[in-house]
Design a protein around this ligand. Structure first.
Ligand code: FAD
Length: 302
């Protein structure tokens, strides 16, 4: 109840105050900031996936600007020889305005990454986007078999069926590559598991499906209760270290991250940057009520 209250208040807090607590989750506002943060992570043996912040745009001019910004990011990252790939949110490229235009924008980004033998991950957004994002992934995967991957969300009741239905894309040339996360959006009980235990149980089922079927998973979680069962599955299916990776968000649970690295597993950090940091950071703060509490205290202690 109290956490819900904190969550509801966050969007109305002064931006400057939210920034104080958000900056640990954001690499900065410019491409140079993202390059620097990524090079720092690479120096620690951590790969990155970079994300230009923003989503749910309102006109297609913004979509074109966002596509151009991604092309610039790819040039900068490749020039700096960063060990990393790219993450995109389709609504940032116009998915909910014109899916065809969105597809063309993302296709251009994937084609640019493919020129460098690199990879673009399509983030999964809220439930009205899921079918559209799977369709887009299918189309892109047919043209760029090695250069595109998708995110799936363990909290959605449909996910295991989606994984099964997408198996027709898996073949000798083109392995499937998914990021598995719990899911961050507010979804109804009809379509999503709500209880922590239920979500974790399905997370592990989805991961087992991937490992059993030779899919490359990005195991994206900060939940220590999911890490040991993931290790167990990796061992059970005897999966080599180059056939999966762990993934975490920038600034979140660095000690757990280090403990995974110390065991010799691949780790990739999601590096968000850009001027549009407010929505992203309030979502992260909602996940971390302790941090949100600090903001509230700071607000009322003046
Ligand atoms: P939780 O049970 O939420 O958290 C476990 C523990 O992690 C918490 O107890 C806490 O100790 C710690 N923790 C979690 N979040 C924070 C935080 N913000 N600050 C401090 N500690 C924290 N979701 C989507 O819907 N679509 C996506 O495309 C997507 N991409 C993602 C990419 C990556 C690399 C990662 C790591 C997550 C992504 N997510 C995405 C978000 C994800 O769905 C979860 O909401 C988020 O990762 C929290 O779930 P968790 O597995 O860490 O478990």
């Amino acid at each position: 109840m109290f956490n819900k209250m904190i969550a509801a208040t966050l969007p109305y807090m002064p931006k400057k105050l939210v920034w104080l607590f958000s900056k640990r989750y954001i690499a900065g506002e410019t491409i140079d900031d993202a390059v620097k943060a990524s090079l720092d992570l690479n120096a620690k043996g951590i790969k990155v996936t970079v994300d230009l912040l923003g989503e749910f745009i309102e006109d297609l001019n913004q979509a074109t600007e966002n596509k151009d910004a991604y092309l610039e990011i790819i040039e900068a990252f490749e020039k700096n020889k960063i060990d990393g790939n790219y993450s995109v949110k389709p609504t940032f490229f116009g998915l909910l305005i014109d899916p065809e235009v969105c597809y063309e924008n993302i296709r251009t980004v994937v084609a640019k990454a493919a020129e460098y033998n690199n990879f673009v991950r399509i983030d999964m957004e809220d439930s009205p986007c899921v079918d559209k994002e799977i369709d887009m992934f299918r189309k892109l995967k047919a043209e760029f078999p090695q250069n595109v991957g998708l995110v799936v969300q363990a909290y959605l009741k449909r996910t295991l069926d989606d994984l099964t239905n997408m198996m027709d894309m898996q073949n000798g040339v083109s392995k499937l590559n998914y990021r598995l996360c719990k899911g961050i959006y507010v979804e109804s009980e009809e379509i999503a598991y709500k209880k922590y235990e239920e979500i974790n149980e399905h997370y592990i089922k989805d991961l087992e499906f991937m490992l059993k079927n030779g899919i490359y998973p990005g195991i994206a979680t900060h939940d220590k209760n999911l890490i040991q069962p993931s290790y167990d599955l990796i061992e059970k299916y005897n999966v080599p270290k180059d056939k999966y990776e762990f993934q975490m968000l920038y600034g979140v649970t660095p000690e757990l991250r280090q403990s995974i690295l110390d065991k010799g597993h691949k780790m990739r950090v999601y590096v968000p940057f850009g001027k549009d940091w407010f929505g992203y950071s309030t979502r992260r703060l909602k996940e971390n009520p302790k941090m949100a509490m600090l903001i509230i205290k700071a607000l009322f202690s003046r």
